[in-house]
Design a binder for this molecule. Structure first.
Ligand SMILES: *Cc1c(COP(=O)(O)O)cnc(C)c1O
Length: 354
């Protein structure tokens, strides 16, 4: 046969799945049989390969380890009632990956090729998609600079890899968040809108300090004045203020989350009024005091929705009404979950069955 297939395929000799218990899964430390890998060199992407998940050889001088050209995505595939597996809005992640790559002077990926790599990999490891409540197949595409070279400039070699993890419910419980007024996550003109590895490294110390003060997570504010709410940890935030769903507008310092967009659009579809705008810390504090702020939650792919039970303002902590009394978040949470799992209507065509 002279026709070349899209990707090379080196299957595992024996699947590890029989030894696995897909009922009790920790988050992010069980890996499926295969990974997708593709190298960028000589100015272009070379033939990709689906191969056994495993360690990679890397030069100690690989530029990504020194100068931080490294980006990633996080998405999920869900078991459907008929046993099929569906991705959720994968093109959103693919486009955002290219936005991140562009910001970090890394080569772009062909969108169609990226989607093919995702679907081929998931097809091969389809059995790894758990079907328990709250379970899914977490997908981690990423790219890093691999050229061995000392000296700051864009690398001429990169690796693009995708691996998957069957994951159980990401239950963290309700969180207490601290309004951060010293450290910053993202500055105007910076890399906040990109899923660039260094952004996460820089958030670890402030988060650890917030933990020491009794909080679970940070509520980031703008870098210039620390007066406006941006995000919480690695999630976007949504508030219910006067019965409206309010979320800080995305931009170069607020990452444009797929979950946030999905939640807002589902809410609008339900007839709930939504506002994407600046949210001042003072407005939130006044709303918490007056009772106008009835719900607050983080939204992101990993945990989907995380209720915020208390907010630590500079002047003191304010508790929100008990989560059991919330009216809006539970409804949106169920709508989104049913949609992703093929149990509810899909008015926007967001499900992509593999
Ligand atoms: C990934 C991420 C989010 C959430 O994005 P989703 O597409 O919903 O998973 C929000 N904020 C930051 C900083 C992130 O890295």
């Amino acid at each position: 046969m002279l026709t070349k297939t899209l990707f090379d395929f080196r299957p595992v000799a024996e699947s590890r799945i029989t030894a696995m218990n897909l009922k009790e899964l920790p988050f992010g430390s069980v890996f499926s049989d295969h990974q997708f890998r593709m190298v960028y060199s000589d100015g272009k992407w070379q033939q990709g390969v689906i191969e056994p998940f495993g360690d990679m050889m890397l030069s100690p001088a690989a530029m990504g380890l020194h100068y931080g050209q490294a980006i990633f995505e996080g998405m999920k595939a869900f078991r459907q009632p008929d046993g099929e597996v569906a991705l959720f809005r994968p093109m959103e992640n693919i486009r955002r990956f290219n936005k991140s790559a562009e910001r970090m002077s890394m080569p772009l990926m062909d969108e169609g090729l990226f989607l093919s790599a995702l679907t081929e990999l998931i097809k091969i490891d389809k059995n790894w998609t758990p079907d328990g409540e709250g379970s899914s197949l977490y997908i981690r595409p990423f790219m890093f600079a691999s050229e061995p070279h000392v000296g700051v400039r864009p690398s001429e070699e990169y690796r693009f890899v995708i691996f998957t993890c069957p994951v159980g419910p990401y239950y963290k419980g309700n969180v207490r968040v601290k309004v951060e007024t010293f450290f910053t996550r993202a500055a105007p003109g910076g890399t906040g809108y990109a899923k660039a590895a260094g952004n996460y490294a820089a958030s670890l110390k402030p988060t650890a300090m917030a933990r020491d003060e009794g909080y679970d997570q940070i509520l980031w504010t703008d870098a210039v004045e620390h007066k406006f709410i941006e995000e919480s940890g690695t999630m976007n935030v949504v508030f219910v203020l006067d019965g409206k769903l309010v979320s800080p507008a995305t931009g170069d310092t607020v990452l444009s989350g797929v979950t946030r967009d999905s939640v807002l659009r589902l809410a609008a579809y339900q007839g709930i009024e939504i506002e994407e705008r600046k949210v001042a810390v003072s407005e939130l504090k006044a709303g918490a005091a007056s009772g106008a702020l009835t719900e607050a939650f983080g939204v992101g792919t990993a945990a989907t929705m995380t209720p915020i039970e208390a907010i630590g303002f500079p002047g003191g902590d304010v508790a929100l009404p008990p989560v059991e009394q919330w009216q809006i978040m539970p409804v949106l949470s169920k709508l989104l979950d049913d949609l992703r799992r093929g149990k509810g209507e899909d008015p926007f065509g967001w499900r992509v069955v593999i």
